[in-house]
Every structure is written in structure tokens, then in C-alpha cells.
Design a protein around this ligand. Structure first.
Ligand SMILES: C[S@@+](CC[C@H](N)C(=O)[O-])C[C@H]1O[C@@H](n2cnc3c(N)ncnc32)[C@H](O)[C@@H]1O
Length: 363
């Protein structure tokens, strides 16, 4: 274990310009402190939902496996390890089996409690019977439901005293696993969409998405289409029903979203990408890009990230191609989009949402 924690520098590696946003919280520090107190040396260590790599870097000498859901998370952990001259080799998504049984799991509680439960399922399936789990959270994010879920998997759930407005809970006494299939079903347009726990909008198809689907302008000239931030793939799939000969790409930062989209959108002309940027796409590739873009990242709102994605859209659209966006009215993307696209048109608006069409300069 790195004994001098102050020597490590952990960066966010996202598009955020807000210097007040930190790469770790008091909850991460508390998890680390409790992990150091428990003698964890001979236990196989699993680290869950380590957003930018604070725990993976500080515990690097224990050779942990970092269980991630987001590509951005994985990249940040890799970059922070590299910047601190640490090797990072063990990682896993949260639905694949691990080679070794976990003896100690550290879990930063995600905002989505469905994802929290999916992680506990994974821990339960991939751990020794004596496993201990240290979960950490900021007290303002606490919900009694968190304890209720933890008690489904463990006999004992002991919360610590608050330190710097953070707490941990130690879970002990693993219960027999009640296996769940980890997938929710949603109905839309006479079709059942499936999605893993923790994927965006679990109870119903998002209202902004529904509004978007009734107003997207797409035609047979749109051969190459990208559904950016595709979630369970509903936008791409509904477009494919209208334009079955188009070639459709779907990209999302969330591994579970991409795996969900694979269940819903299939075909030789369908390509799924687990990615959080456009590095794999060439300039001038798409006729049409559609998106209900992300702006919530756990408990933060950050429109710098969608704006950066819109810039990349411009590069990857063909001349004369267009980007269509659905957004909450209050986000007011137009002023920033005007700096990227020469033409922006409102194609639909109601009290809550707006659909924008942004055209790249024709050749
Ligand atoms: C508002 S949801 C839209 C999901 C889906 N298109 C729908 O309408 O139901 C935004 C999605 O963006 C994804 N996301 C967040 N950051 C991303 C990034 N940098 N690149 C691609 N997808 C991202 C999230 O995982 C989430 O699935």
C-alpha cells in the first residue's frame, strides 16, 4: 500500500473547466482509511465505481481489480496510474466473472441504487464467504434504501461515524445469493426494450427521448447515422425501423448501456461502440447524428462535456450533414452551438424540451 498518500496526484481527465470539481471526495478518503485499518494484505481486493482512480492508485500495491462501468472511468484510472508511475492491469466490467474470489471489496456508492445493487450482485457472486465490503458515501447522498439493499446481501451492515460529511458502512456475513437477471423491461411503440440495472431512465422511456422521437427529421439520404449517448439504443432502433437500409452506429460511455443496446438493436448494419469520445471516427463520416446528450454525471451537472461532444460531432459530420439534439429548455445549448455550427434551427419545442437541428457547412 502506498504509505505516503500525499505524493499521488489524481486528476479528473474530463472536459470540465470548473476548477472546484474534485477528482475524489471525503468518502473516497474514508474508504481508503478503513481499508488501511483492516488488514487487507492477503485478501484479493475488488474496487468498485472508482470514478477517477483515487482508490485504484492508492491501493495499487495490493494489485486490486477495478470494476468499472464507464469508459471515462477506465481511461481516468489508466491515466492516473500512468501519471503516478503505477502499473494498472486488472479491470473488469460488472457482469463478467472474476478469475479470483474477492476477500475485500471497496465500493463508492453510485447515484443509481439499481447500479449499487448490480455491484452487490457481482460482489456476492465473485467473493469468498468471509468477504467484507466497505461502502462509502457522502452523508447528503444517503438514502435508507441503500441499507435496505445492502441487507438483502449481508447479515451485518454497520455504519461509521461521519467524517468530513462522509460515512462508510461495513457489510459482513454474506447471505446466500438471491440471483436476479439484472435486466428491466420497458415498453415503447409495441416493442419491449431491455436494459441492465443502472442504465439511464429505468422506469419508463425518458420523456425528452419520447418528444425527440416524434420530431426527428430523417430521410433516405441519411445513410450513415450515429446515435450518440445511445443508452438502451431506443433512438437508433426507432430510426432503423424507418430507414432499414441505413448504417447505424451507437456509442455510449456506459458498458451496461452498450450491452443493453446490443439486446435491443441488432443487424449487420448496426455497430456498437463502448466509447466516450470520437477518436475512433474519421472526419466527414456521418450524414446524421442524433442525441439526447448527457449533462448529469453522478451528482454533478456539467454541460462542458456535451459541448465537447458537439464539437467532435461537427468534425465527424459530412459537409451538409446535421446533428439533432433534444435538450431541456433551461440548458440553453444554442448560444454555445452557434460557435460550432453555422446554421441552427429549432424544429420542435414544448414547455420542457427543445429539438435543435445543427447543420455543418455544405461542401
Ligand atoms: C440522457 S441519456 C440518453 C440515453 C438514450 N439515448 C435515451 O434517450 O434513452 C445520456 C447517455 O449518455 C451516456 N454518456 C455519458 N457521457 C458520455 C460520453 N462522453 N460519450 C458517450 N455517451 C456518454 C450515458 O451513459 C447515458 O446513457
Amino acid at each position: 500500500m502506498n504509505s505516503d498518500h500525499s505524493t499521488l496526484t489524481i486528476e479528473r481527465y474530463d472536459a470540465s473547466e470548473d476548477k472546484s470539481l474534485k477528482a475524489f471526495s471525503a468518502a473516497d478518503e474514508l474508504i481508503l482509511q478503513h481499508c488501511t485499518e483492516l488488514n487487507s494484505k492477503n485478501k484479493f481486493l475488488g474496487i468498485y465505481h472508482d470514478r477517477f482512480g483515487y482508490l485504484s492508485c492508492h491501493l495499487n500495491q495490493l494489485n486490486p481489480t477495478s470494476v468499472f462501468t464507464n469508459k471515462s472511468q477506465l481511461s481516468a484510472i489508466e491515466l492516473n496510474c500512468k501519471a503516478n508511475h503505477l502499473n494498472f492491469s486488472n479491470s473488469s466490467d460488472p457482469i463478467s466473472s472474476l478469475e479470483n474470489k474477492i476477500g475485500l471489496a471497496l465500493l463508492k456508492v453510485p447515484k443509481s441504487l439499481a447500479l449499487f445493487e448490480l455491484y452487490l450482485q457481482h460482489i456476492s457472486q465473485n467473493s469468498t464467504t468471509e468477504v467484507h465490503v466497505i461502502v462509502g458515501y457522502m452523508t447528503r447522498h444517503f438514502s435508507p434504501k441503500m441499507i435496505e439493499i445492502a441487507e438483502k446481501y449481508f447479515e451485518k451492515v454497520e455504519q461509521s461515524r461521519a467524517v468530513k460529511k462522509a460515512r462508510t458502512a461495513i457489510l459482513k456475513g454474506k447471505k446466500a445469493l438471491v440471483e436476479a437477471n439484472l435486466i428491466d423491461s420497458l415498453e415503447y411503440n409495441n416493442q419491449t426494450y431491455q436494459q441492465y440495472w443502472g442504465v439511464f431512465s429505468a422506469k419508463h422511456i425518458d420523456y425528452a427521448t419520447q418528444f425527440f422521437l416524434t420530431h426527428i427529421k430523417a430521410g433516405h439520404a441519411d445513410k450513415h447515422i450515429l446515435d450518440l449517448a445511445s443508452g438502451n439504443g431506443i433512438i437508433a432502433n426507432e430510426l432503423l425501423k424507418k430507414l432499414p437500409n441505413s448504417i447505424v452506429h451507437l456509442m455510449d460511455d456506459s458498458f451496461l448501456a452498450v450491452e443493453s443496446a446490443k439486446l435491443n438493436v441488432k443487424g449487420e448494419n448496426v455497430h456498437h461502440h463502448f466509447e466516450n469520445n470520437f477518436s475512433t471516427f474519421n472526419d466527414n463520416t456521418f450524414d446524421l447524428i442524433v442525441t439526447n446528450p448527457p449533462f448529469h454525471f453522478e451528482y454533478e451537472i456539467n454541460i462542458q462535456i456535451p459541448i465537447q461532444l458537439f464539437r467532435e460531432c461537427y468534425r465527424c459530420l459530412k459537409p451538409g450533414g446535421n446533428l439533432q439534439i433534444v435538450a431541456n429548455n433551461h440548458l440553453n445549448y444554442s448560444s454555445q452551438l452557434k460557435e460550432i455550427f453555422p446554421t441552427i434551427e429549432i424544429i420542435a419545442q414544448n414547455d420542457n424540451f427543445v429539438v435543435l437541428k445543427c447543420e455543418k457547412k455544405p461542401a
